[in-house]
Design a protein around this ligand. Structure first.
Ligand SMILES: [Zn+2]
Length: 349
């Protein structure tokens, strides 16, 4: 039986005033909001009034669907189709809307997902991280558009997502973005592939800076150096290939102690350092974004659409889907059911 998407309006107590100057700005449950009227051709959207600042605004203000003219059910369906790996035009055909509408909603959903991520993912207590980049392109193969990500190895939550050309600047941006979201960047153990940029940038981002004393009173001040704290380490898993075939695997302990990496391995239940978790995520991300599917005609024609689709897929991966590897056994089986899906947000609280 087909299950219809049900749109339920959030209770008034969960909404807040959206006027930045208002005393009750962004404070839900203060009893300051009342419904002035409802509007909209398809949905009964509430137009609210704040008794504190006397301003009136739509309940959709500051949401991804603000000023959206199609029925909410359709808009939700469009975003669902996009994150299941359908193309812009494919989604337009399936949901029966104009491709322009899909493009507009894609950009909105991506932007909103990015802002939500920025707002929520701060001061996290994650310690064991893994990073990788996946290839993509826009319009033609000569225009690369990579997606680089940093992921928590325990919860499989993606902390950082950056896009651009694959160079040192992209890796620097990735590590800096990840580090600023951590409550203590000096406790990080990082697992990456053999890209040299990770090894060069790791001390600058996760180490403690100091300036060595100048010899004598003349000359320039020596350059900044970085000390790796005992609680931080970086390991690289380097794949040596011959004619694209894997020949051998090298584990290189680039920074910090082997002891710190061993502690990370025992925390995670790993035997040897590996990057399989982020490679699994790469596969999932390619399934969730049509622009990232390999060896097909389905590539992105516009960079802004690809960027938005990348962020929207990440938002659904991080916040909407339970992760298979986080399932746990129920204390007692309930009928045929013996395992439970755990949402991974609890790891951020
Ligand atoms: Zn107000």
């Amino acid at each position: 039986m087909k299950k219809e998407i049900e749109i339920t309006r959030p209770p008034l107590e969960s909404l807040a005033c959206v006027t930045p100057d208002c005393k009750l700005y962004a404070q839900p449950g203060q009893g300051n909001l009342s419904v002035r009227k409802t509007y909209g051709k398809h949905d009964k959207i509430r137009y609210l009034r704040c008794s504190e600042c006397q301003e009136e605004f739509s309940e959709r203000k500051n949401t991804a669907l603000w000023n959206c003219k199609i029925p909410e059910k359709k808009a939700v369906s469009v975003t669902e189709h996009l994150s299941e790996g359908n193309s812009i035009k494919g989604t337009a055909r399936l949901v029966r809307v104009d491709p322009g509408t899909v493009r507009r909603l894609n950009k909105r959903a991506g932007k909103h997902g990015e802002e939500y991520h920025d707002d929520k993912v701060q001061d996290v207590t994650v310690e064991n991280l893994t990073g990788d980049e996946r290839h993509g392109f826009v319009e033609q193969k000569s225009h690369p558009a990579w997606e680089a990500e940093l992921m928590d190895l325990k919860s499989k939550f993606v902390l950082s997502h950056v896009q651009g050309r694959r160079d040192e600047a992209l890796i620097r941006q990735l590590l800096q973005d990840g580090a600023k979201r951590l409550i203590d960047r000096h406790r990080a153990a990082l697992f990456t592939d053999g890209d040299a940029s990770y090894a060069t940038i790791f001390p600058q981002v996760f180490g403690r800076p100091y300036r060595p004393a100048r010899k004598g009173n003349l000359g320039r001040m020596p350059n900044m150096r970085y000390r790796i704290p005992r609680t931080a380490a970086h390991v690289q898993v380097i794949k040596h290939r011959h004619n694209r075939r894997l020949k051998s695997l090298e584990i290189r302990y680039t920074h910090g102690s082997i002891k710190r990496i061993d502690q990370a391995l025992s925390d995670l239940g790993y035997k040897v350092p590996n990057t399989s978790a982020i490679e699994r995520r790469n596969g999932t991300a390619r399934l969730m974004s049509k622009a990232q599917v390999r060896k097909t005609l389905a590539f992105a024609k516009r960079e802004d659409q690809k960027t938005a689709l990348g962020w929207w897929g990440l938002t659904v991966y991080n916040w909407c889907r339970p992760h298979r590897s986080l399932r746990c056994l129920l204390p007692e089986p309930q009928g045929k059911k013996s395992i439970n899906n755990v949402p991974r947000q609890w790891l951020l609280d």
